[in-house]
Design a protein around this ligand. Structure first.
Ligand code: NAD
Length: 415
């Protein structure tokens, strides 16, 4: 049976509220989305017919500032999934201390079977339907599954046309030509590499010379692999994508693997490497495992086979709760998704800050600020984990939810 992600999200809030002693009305606020919009809108398809699509925008909590979160296009989108993703965005923004609440949007559609012009019309009409709820001071969307910088450009343009002037700060993940930020493309993988570097000494590891296995070689995984290899001297021993994986005990140059994937469409068959499955990659002989593809890959079935001393979640939700416990007992250092992949939303915040000032930063400035944010946030989580003797995931939730609780309590309730 498929788990309802919003039930999971609410259970996590209960666990943390029990730890930090939050009850009554504040706990109820944390377990309910503040605002939800469902829209049904027609789109003209290329054959001239009309089809009605359903979309959502959920603003989960805005106690700490305007809400922030991506827009997902997928046939399996549900309102409960969007609610859960919006809750997780609230905690992710809080753990790295961005002045944002959390939100998420989604449209039930199958973008793989739609033309570019159909996607443009769908995007512009969806943007128009949710436009009363979004804006640079209100709610700032971003890309998520099957939406990209082109989708963001259409949303920016649609919103700006309605206002009568350009509003780049309404959305992040835009092309640089429209006010996007330097460094946004590699921010998630780079942020993850910084957190790994900071956590390594506490896990008894030196990144230099450590063997790293990366599941998923897309935006998050390939950048993390390249930075760990180039800047921190790690040895990338295993890489995979949806077609399968490759392993070499002596390590591979991730740039060469990327070139090869570019030419052939997959990492599989990379010369000199041994073929492995995605399941074997998770259990491969390595020091650091970076799941950077899908959710729910580490389960109670395979968690005890993990040989890595550290698991850094570049992907969202790769580890099931039962697997968390097994890894904790095995003394594996887990770097939870809301911390390890928060580099993306952090540079989205930088993009918004640059847009509203109309003043743009160099790549070095962006990366230095990203590094400061990730180092400080890892430190906060590590301190909390030590003080409460809990694992890093619980500690990250405690840090995040405590900040949201403080904001709710300081603001009080209107009227
Ligand atoms: P992407 O589409 O660029 O890459 C995904 C990679 O995973 C591809 O290499 C693909 O081949 C591989 N993959 C797909 N199915 C697989 C399977 N069954 N087994 C193994 N590999 C498989 O996506 P991305 O942007 O890198 O996102 C990856 C994860 O990181 C997601 O969980 C996403 O939510 C998370 N994330 C990404 C960002 C970001 O800024 N890109 C930010 C936060 C979190």
């Amino acid at each position: 049976m498929k788990v309802n992600p919003f039930e999971t999200a609410k259970r996590q809030v209960d666990i943390v509220c029990d730890i930090i002693g939050v009850n009554g009305g504040v706990r109820e606020i944390l377990k309910n989305p503040k605002r939800e919009l469902t829209v049904n809108f027609p789109v003209r398809l290329d054959d001239g017919s009309y089809r009605v699509f359903q979309g959502y925008r959920v603003q989960y909590n805005m106690a700490r500032g305007p809400t922030k979160g991506g827009i997902r296009y997928h046939p399996d989108v549900t309102l409960d999934e969007v609610r859960a993703l919006a809750a997780w965005m609230t905690w992710k923004c809080a753990v790295v201390n961005l002045p944002y609440g959390g939100a998420k949007g989604g449209v039930i559609c199958d973008p793989k079977h739609m033309s570019m012009s159909e996607l443009e019309r769908l995007t512009r009409r969806y943007a128009s339907e949710i436009s009363p709820l979004i804006g640079p001071e209100m709610d700032i969307p971003a890309p998520d599954v099957y939406t990209d910088s082109q989708t963001m450009a259409w949303i920016m343009d649609t919103y700006s046309m309605q206002k009568g002037y350009s509003v780049p700060g309404v959305i992040t993940g835009k092309p640089i030509a429209l006010g996007g930020s330097e460094g946004r493309g590699e921010a998630t993988g780079r942020g993850c590499a910084y957190v790994i570097r900071e956590a390594a000494p506490h896990a008894g590891l030196k990144v230099k010379g450590s063997a790293v296995a990366v599941q998923g070689f897309g935006n998050a995984g390939s950048v993390a692999a390249k930075i760990l290899h180039d800047e921190q001297g790690a040895k990338i021993v295993a890489i995979s994508d949806s077609k399968g994986g490759i392993y070499t005990a002596g390590g591979m140059d991730p740039h060469k693997v990327e070139e090869y994937k570019h030419k052939t469409g997959s990492v599989t068959g990379f010369p000199g490497a041994q073929p492995i499955t995605n399941e074997e990659l998770l259990a491969s002989k390595c020091d650091i495992l970076v799941p950077a593809a899908l959710e729910n890959v580490l389960t109670k079935r395979n968690a005890d086979k993990v040989q890595a001393k550290m698991v850094a979640e570049a992907a969202n939700g790769p580890t099931l709760p039962e697997a968390d416990e097994i890894l904790f007992e095995k003394k594996v250092t887990l770097l939870p998704d809301i911390l390890a992949n928060a580099g993306g939303v952090t540079v989205s915040y930088f993009e918004w800050a640059q847009d509203i000032q109309g003043f743009f930063w160099t790549l070095d400035e962006v990366n230095q600020r990203l590094e400061r944010t990730m180092v400080r946030s890892y430190g906060d989580v590590h301190k909390e984990a030590q003080a409460r003797k809990v694992h890093n995931r619980t500690a990250a939730y405690v840090v995040a939810i405590q900040k949201v609780v403080d904001a709710i309590q300081r603001r009080g309730i209107y009227p």
